[in-house]
Structures are given as C-alpha cells and as structure tokens.
Ligand binder design. Structure first.
Ligand code: ZN
Length: 516
C-alpha cells in the first residue's frame, strides 16, 4: 500500500515538471495565468492579461488557466473551484473576477488571446511548401483571425546564384513571383517565374508587437533544357531581361562579362537545330529528384521521342525528326510547364567556296586547310556544308594592303577568263594574299558583309578566320568593336564566332541569317 502511494506521488511530480517546461505563466496581485503549449507568452497588463501564440494558425486552440492567489483571493465564497480553465483561440477574450477574503474587494480582468502565423496560398496553407517554377505563391500574415501588417525578411538561394536577402516592411502579404532576371523586386505584384531554389522566410513579424512572429520555407523546383545536339543550342537569343535593356546589355548580363560572377538570366528560348530527318537529343536538368515530370510534344513529327515521363534529370531523344516546321518539347509538372525546347529543322544547305592563292601567297602554306575544314564543323549549327575548290592566281601586290588594293585583286582576278567563270559560279571567293593590312597589321582577314568576297592574309593561323569571314559574307556582323590601329574591344558573348575571344558558336539570330 505504501509502495503504491509513493508511485502516484512520483508520477504527479513528473507530469508537473513537464507542464512547467511547456507552459508559460504570469501573475498580477490577484491571480496567476497559465497557458498550455510551448512557445506561448503570457503578459500581465494591469488586471488584464495578453497571451501571445506566435507561429500558431487561426484554428489553434489551447487551455488558459486562471488561479487566484490563495488565500487572499478566490473566485468567491460560493465557488469551490481553486482555478478556472478556458479553451481559447486567437481573437477570443475571456474575463475573470476574484474577491478578497477580508476587505470584500473584488477585481476583474480580461484575458486576450493572440495567435500569429504566416499562411501560404497553397491548399494546405502551410508555411513550408514545395512548388514548381512558374507558380505564384502568396504568403499572408495572420493575427487573431485577420490579416496582419508585418515586416518580412526573406533569404533566397536560387540555383546557380548567390544568396540574396530582401526585406519588405508594413505589409500583410508577400508575393513570390520574381522573374529570373530580376533580383531586386521579388514582391512586385506581377506574374512571373520564380527561379528554382530555396526561399526561406527568415522572419515575418507583427509591426505592432515583436513577440508575434513566424517563419517558413518555400522550395521551388524547376527544369531546364541545357544543351542539345546535333546542331547547336542557343544560350541567350531571345533571353529576356529588364524591359528597355539593349541586346548588348542582355548579353553582358547573361555571359557575366564585365566582372559579374554569376548569371542574372536564363535561356528563355533554348533550341536544337536538327537536319531534316536526322536524330537529335537534349539534356533536361530537373532540380528535384522526387517529382514526376511529363514531357509532351507539340506536333506529330515529334511523336517519336523518349522518355515521356521522368523523375530526375535525363536526356530526351527524338528520332528521327521529320518535317520542316518548328516543334516543341515541353516539360510539365501537374499541368504547369517548367521548360520548353524548340526543335528547329533545316534542310541541308550546300555552299561553294573558291580559294584563290594570289601571287607569292601561292608559295606559302597558310593555315587555310584548318580554316577550310573547320567550315563544316562551325556551320554544322546551321546545317550547312561547303564544297571547296582551289586555284592559283599570279598577281603582284602588297605586302601592305589598303582597301583599294584588296578590291584591285578581285577586279584583276575577274579579268582572268577561267577565274571569272569560277568566281561567278561560287558563293564565296577567298583570296589568300601575302602581307599585312594597311589599316591594322594584325588583321587576319576581311569579308564583304553581305557579299561573296573574302581576303585572308596568308600568315593567318587561326582556324576561325575563314568561318568568321564566310559568316560576314552571309550578312552576319561582328560581335566586337573594331578599333583601327588599336586594340579592339571584345563583345560580351565569350563563345561566339563573330567575337575576337576565340569562340566558335553561332547564335540563333546569326544562323537564321545564314539559312535565309
Ligand atoms: Zn569580322
């Protein structure tokens, strides 16, 4: 019997300690107020009490217990209860009344219950959510059943970007719809596409009471077609930027030129250009490994592709591509498009090139063989092939060539009967000349833009020179700024055939001109 009593006492102590660890309580001169549940604050205010429940939703209920400070105060002579317990939720008010046993004084006070939380616009209303890119999400701060003006601090960790923290003050809602290219305006009320990544609402706090605060996390997952073959993938053509920015500025933003260390934007219009009736594939990168992404095709010509569904990054193959009009492959999550690839078919285009070795240049082996053989490789993006024929033309000129002198070579060559016929029948004529350029000794070649004539200095060793000048013939301009007798200024596209930084890529807008 004694043993059993000891056990009961022990259990009572344990539960009492547990309750103490969880509950907050406070007292005034008459009563002690205790509230169950963790992270709740009880504050006396004269006879009244405020109870603050930060991080609790509107439907949250808990028990609030009032205990008179015995023996001076009680609920009154007839009331035998040592305490009273109310079940309360945000926005509710209750009242207590106690009397003093000697002086017959009484005291009344009110109990105000305040909850505070942030709710997402998802069905679940929870503040930790996972959403696909393209979804606009609103977080609303709620206090005691009503929207609550709050100060917000949000840290975003978008994929391939540095952390960025933003604040917004005195607003009941924040809207996550930041377009990819905008870093500074996450909360503007426009429809956009949040970049894949993790966005932490570090803090949302009631502007009127810093006890009331909450936090949350939104994980945005996305998909991107990042590369394609056989014939190219555009990096920034049609890539969107802030309204009003120039194409040059867009390219600078994209290629991180001028000291930027990460990309501001995203390829908004990726493509693969495919030779008619040929196979192609593209990498699809998905920033989530547990979401099922469907891949759909816009057209019957692209019906033969795989996979049609994936739960992680994959390679999408289409085999073969039949047709002349563009088609799209779209990665979709629950009806929401995450990324789209445009497949651009081209029929094979052949272009004829005549190489004319002028004067003493005939005796020099220029690196034109590398440049010539590189033509097919570079113009593969445009599905263009070249046929090459080579001739020798005895002519004395140079070694420093002015623009007039270059033109003189062309005119003299056309006086040669055999050459004239060949020149007429070729789409490009490359004069390989000995010497240097009068305007700038380091110039490797010149090409009419548009036109059919090209001049290559025999000392040119770059395999890019001939493809570069041929592109000029097709109407494609330089992607850098030429400065006569001084260093030229590179353009922002670091991997472009028409820049001077060594790249060999042609962008969609460029090979559109070539394929015209
Ligand atoms: Zn050029």
């Amino acid at each position: 019997m004694a043993k059993r009593t000891i056990m009961v006492v022990a259990i009572g102590m344990m539960s009492g300690m547990a309750l103490e660890a969880q509950a907050d309580s406070a007292a005034n001169s008459y009563v002690e107020m205790t509230c169950e549940g963790p992270r709740i604050t009880v504050e006396p205010n004269g006879n009244d009490f405020n109870i603050y429940a930060p991080g609790y939703p509107d439907h949250f209920r808990t028990n609030v217990t009032v205990r008179p400070l015995q023996p001076d105060w009680s609920f009154g002579g007839e009331d035998p209860n040592p305490s009273m317990t109310f079940s309360m939720k945000g926005g509710q008010t209750n009242q207590y009344k106690v009397v003093h046993y000697l002086k017959e004084q009484d005291a009344t006070g009110k109990i105000f219950f305040h909850n505070y939380c942030i709710e997402s616009s998802e069905l679940s209303k929870t503040n930790n959510i996972v959403v696909p890119t393209g979804k606009s999400v609103i977080y609303t701060a709620r206090r005691s059943g009503a929207d609550c003006k709050s100060d917000w601090t949000v840290t975003g960790t978008p994929v391939n970007r540095a952390d960025t923290t933003e604040t917004k003050e005195g607003t009941t809602k924040i809207i996550f719809n930041r377009p990819y290219w905008q870093a500074s305006t996450w909360f503007i009320p426009t429809m956009g596409t949040p970049k894949a990544g993790v966005y932490t609402i570090d803090l949302a706090v009631d502007v009127d009471n810093s006890i009331l605060k909450d936090s949350g996390k939104m994980t945005v997952f996305g998909a991107d077609f990042t590369s394609g073959t056989p014939c190219g993938f555009d990096d920034y053509t049609n890539w969107k930027s802030d309204p009003g920015t120039t194409e040059q500025q867009r390219a600078i933003d994209y290629y991180c030129y001028n000291g930027q260390n990460y990309r501001q934007g995203r390829c908004m219009w990726p493509y693969v250009s495919v030779r008619d009736s040929y196979d192609g594939f593209s990498s699809l990168v998905i920033s989530s490994s547990d979401k099922t992404i469907d891949i759909i095709s816009s057209m019957s010509q692209l019906s033969s592709y795989s996979p049609k569904t994936t739960t992680g990054s994959t390679t999408v193959k289409f085999n073969p591509y039949m047709g002349r009009t563009e088609g799209t492959l779209t990665a979709i999550y629950e009806g929401m498009p995450l990324a789209q690839l445009t497949v651009v078919p081209f029929p094979l285009q052949t272009r004829s090139v005549l190489v004319v070795y002028v004067g003493v240049a005939t005796n020099h082996i220029i690196n034109s063989s590398a440049g010539l053989s590189n033509l097919d490789n570079v113009f593969n993006q445009c599905v263009t092939k070249f046929t090459i024929s080579e001739r020798i033309f005895a002519y004395t000129g140079g070694p420093v060539w002015s623009g007039n002198a270059l033109d003189e070579v062309r005119k003299e060559a056309e006086k040669d009967r055999n050459l004239r016929r060949l020149i007429r029948n070729s789409q490009h004529v490359i004069f390989v000349i000995y010497g240097t350029d009068a305007e700038k000794a380091t110039v490797a070649g010149r090409g009419q833009c548009p036109g059919k004539h090209v001049w290559i200095y025999h000392g040119s060793t770059s395999s890019r020179t001939i493809p570069h000048e041929i592109a000029h013939n097709c109407g494609v301009g330089d992607e850098y700024q030429f400065v006569a007798n001084g260093p030229s200024i590179p353009g922002p596209d670091t991997d472009n055939l028409m820049n001077i930084l060594g790249g060999e890529q042609l962008r969609y807008k460029q090979w559109q001109k070539i394929n015209k």
